[in-house]
Every structure is written in C-alpha cells, then in structure tokens.
Design a binder for this molecule. Structure first.
Ligand code: PNS
Length: 166
C-alpha cells in the first residue's frame, strides 16, 4: 500500500526550513504531495504559478542529489486543505514546527481539520536547529530592505526575491 502525505503551505517563497521538512517528510512516507495553497488568506509576493515553479525546481535539485526514494510532487490546491487531502487519498498532513509561537496556530488548525475529518492525521516535524527562526515573511522583509538572505533560502530563491524587490 502506498502511503501518501501532504505537506501544505503558502511557500511564498520556499525557504531552507521548508526544504528541510520536505527532505525529512519524504523519508517517512512513500508519496509526498507538496501542496501550495491558493487560498492561504494572505496577499502573496509570488503568484501561485511562480511558487509552484520555484518549489519544483528546488525539489528537482533534492531528487538529483539521490537523497530521497519517495515520490515527491508539487501541486497547487484551492478550497479546504482537508478536502484536498481526502481527495488525494492522503493518510496524513505534515507540518513543520519552529518555535513555541507556532504552536497555538498549528494546534488550532489541527483541531479544526480533525473535526472536519478525523481520519486524516496531522504529523509535526520539529524544524532543525539552524532553521528554527526562518520565516518566509521575514525573508521577504529582509530582501525588500536589501539585507543578506543567503543563509535562509537557496540561491535560486534569493535571485527570484532580488528580482521581485527591484
Ligand atoms: O505556510 P502557511 O501559510 O503556514 O500554510 C497555511 C495553510 C496553507 C496550510 C493553511 O492556510 C490552509 O490549510 N489553507 C487552505 C484553506 C483551509 O483549509 N483553511 C482552513 C484551515 S483550518
């Protein structure tokens, strides 16, 4: 039986923290769907197509390193995550957890999703030590203010951010 997991997010844009969760999430499942939300309730810097494209290129890079055996796919979705998870036959939703500040939001979201569908479990992976503080929102702010973002995102993403902030 193939075990499918969904790793959802806004990915606006993908960071080193997300990529770490993708690498590790791919080790605990057979099929990882990295799902980019169209309806994340924020006005994104990158369009849905741009976010999918940037993620796909980074995932191709991970695959080329031969580190993961699971099938990893990037998809976009609209509507409720839990409905998308069910229609994708996913057994679990993977979320990354950084500092304590993430907990309340994640706790609430997990509870709401569980109420809507108790069959789909949410599984948390703790962010690695060096990625504990990386947030797309802050990376964007640093990029806008001409700061150095090279420690937070891969070069491809840093270049895309620089281009957006011109
Ligand atoms: O990367 P983010 O912004 O923390 O991801 C949040 C995301 C996309 C997982 C969340 O906003 C979401 O699930 N959006 C889809 C709409 C939905 O299902 N909302 C109800 C959540 S209880």
């Amino acid at each position: 039986m193939t075990r499918t997991a969904i790793y959802p997010g806004s990915f606006d844009p993908v960071t080193n923290g997300h990529l770490d969760i993708i690498r590790r999430g791919a080790k605990i499942t057979d099929h990882l769907l990295v799902a980019v939300a169209k309806d994340a309730g924020k006005s994104p810097m990158f369009s849905i197509d741009e976010r999918v494209e940037l993620l796909s290129r980074e995932i191709d890079h991970i695959k080329s390193q031969g580190e993961v055996t699971a099938k990893i796919e990037v998809v976009s979705f609209s509507g409720l995550l839990i409905d998308f998870a069910k229609s994708s036959n996913a057994a679990m939703i993977i979320r990354g957890l950084r500092a304590v500040t993430d907990f309340e939001y994640e706790f609430q979201m997990t509870g709401m999703n569980r109420r809507m569908n108790a069959e789909i479990e949410t599984v948390f992976l703790m962010a690695s030590e060096k990625n504990q503080f990386i947030a797309s929102s802050m990376v964007k702010e640093i990029a806008k203010l001409d700061g150095d973002i090279s420690g937070f995102v891969p070069q491809l993403i840093a270049d895309a951010l620089t281009e957006k902030c011109k």
